[in-house]
Design a protein around this ligand. Structure first.
Ligand code: EAX
Length: 324
């Protein structure tokens, strides 16, 4: 009636609805990660945001925030103060112990091997362990092969590591490796790393080239040794209440967006691996490329024996042999 009256009064030449259509409901989700926006995690986060917003026609918006304490971010995702986080597996073992097997030194031959394992049945079996721990393992992403940096001396053999105070992630598998080498592993969140290096609380740390480059660790570390002693997976973790509340179509959108994040993230790692060492040399780091990997693997024999007690040796063998 009102519409006809107004039209008769010539109030509206167009058959425009008189009552504003309710805007499509929009849900904002928060994703955090610990690194700079231009890092291999940051570009993955943006790819995720763009895909979610495009595929949902704006029904979902993604807010990206930085939190460089990965354990805190996982806890926040678990209790629902945020919906997603991207993190290395460093602290994940404190929530989903089964993932610690991935952190064993020298387990993966190269990037192709690691990506095939994570995207294949073994990686999917591990993601299936997350819901029982109050988390959703959405998709495997990538941090990269970790290398040792320090400010005391060049490191090419295990003997050079002896006595170094090395910051490690809060990861018992990594800590055992460095104590087996005679170093003094000092676990702390990434958020505490640079101050600890600046104050000399620790002599060194270990991280993939993409992390060393994107955080300018060359400003607080002199020597880089290309040890590649551990492949460090990353993972996108989701909040179960949010994830399980999605209908099938929306869940498919988030899964497609997570796959886009992983591809962009891995492509950035590949690119950083091609250019990062030269960039760090240019920034003044002294780089040891000829590291005695066989000597490091031999020196870690006691740690490998302990890992074979802690994890299923058959699983370790499955991972080592995958794709051969
Ligand atoms: O996930 O804590 C670390 O050394 C991690 O490699 C870093 O936060 C990126």
């Amino acid at each position: 009636m009102l519409r006809r009256a107004l039209l008769a009064a010539g109030g509206f030449g167009l058959a425009a609805p008189l009552v504003a259509q309710p805007a499509a409901a929009q849900t904002t989700v928060t994703l955090t990660h610990p690194l700079p926006a231009a890092s291999h995690y940051g570009v993955g986060a943006v790819a995720f945001k763009e895909a979610v917003e495009r595929l949902s026609n704006g029904r979902y918006r993604v807010t990206i925030q930085r939190n460089d304490n990965e354990r805190e971010a996982i806890e926040a995702t678990q209790i629902g103060t945020q919906e997603f986080t991207i993190t290395s597996t460093g602290p994940v073992g404190n929530f989903v112990p089964e993932t610690l097997v991935l952190d064993i030194p020298f387990l993966f031959r190269d990037y192709a091997h690691a990506r095939a394992v994570l995207d294949g049945p073994i990686g999917q079996e591990l993601l299936a362990k997350f819901p029982a721990r109050g988390l959703i393992g959405v998709v495997w992403m990538e941090n990269g092969f970790r290398n040792l940096t320090n400010s005391r001396r060049e490191v090419t053999t295990p003997a050079d590591v002896r006595g170094l105070k090395v910051r490690t992630m809060e990861n018992p598998v990594h800590m055992r490796a460095f104590s087996t080498l005679g170093a003094l592993p000092t676990p702390m969140a990434f958020s505490e790393l640079v101050p600890a290096l600046q104050q000399g609380t620790v002599d060194g740390q270990e991280n993939p080239i993409p992390v060393i480059v994107s955080n300018n660790l060359n400003q607080v570390q002199k020597y880089l040794s290309l040890t590649r002693h551990v492949y460090s997976p990353a993972i996108m973790i989701g909040n179960p209440a949010f994830w399980n509340g999605l209908n099938a179509a929306d869940k498919a959108i988030f899964q497609q967006a997570a796959a886009a994040a992983a591809k962009t993230n891995r492509d950035k790692v590949t690119s950083d691996e091609q250019t990062g060492v030269e960039e760090l040399r240019r920034r003044g780091m002294t780089v040891q490329t000829t590291v005695d990997t066989a000597a490091f693997q031999a020196a870690l024999a006691p740690a490998f024996q302990a890992y074979a007690q802690q994890f299923d040796p058959a699983l370790i063998e499955r991972i080592r042999k995958f794709g051969q």
